[in-house]
Design a binder for this molecule. Structure first.
Ligand code: SF4
Ligand code: SF4
Length: 81
């Protein structure tokens, strides 16, 4: 039987780079608490400490852990269908 073409709803994290400010989150080491909270290690500070994190959106599970860990509300979860 042919499967119905039901689109899976996908969620992923999105960083607002106008709000994100690692030195405010961690003045000493510049580490991103949201990236640290990601259980799937798909949010990373690719350019090192004091730099904004990026999200590997294809692998993001939309679990909200990063959003909840961000003290500046710079992470949003987007839903696409
Ligand atoms: S916790 Fe939020 S504001 Fe702080 S560096 Fe990470 S994404 Fe940016
Ligand atoms: S939504 Fe979950 S999987 Fe995606 S970046 Fe945030 S913590 Fe990681």
């Amino acid at each position: 039987m042919q499967q119905e073409s039901v689109m899976q709803k996908k969620s992923f994290a999105l960083v607002d780079y106008t709000t994100c400010d690692p030195k405010r989150c961690d003045p000493d080491e510049g580490l991103c608490p949201a990236a640290s909270a990601c259980p799937h290690k798909v949010m990373k500070q690719m350019d090192g400490p004091f730099e904004a994190p990026m999200v590997f959106q294809d692998m993001c599970m939309g679990c909200w852990d990063c959003m909840e860990a961000c003290p500046l509300d710079a992470v949003q979860i987007r839903h696409i269908s």
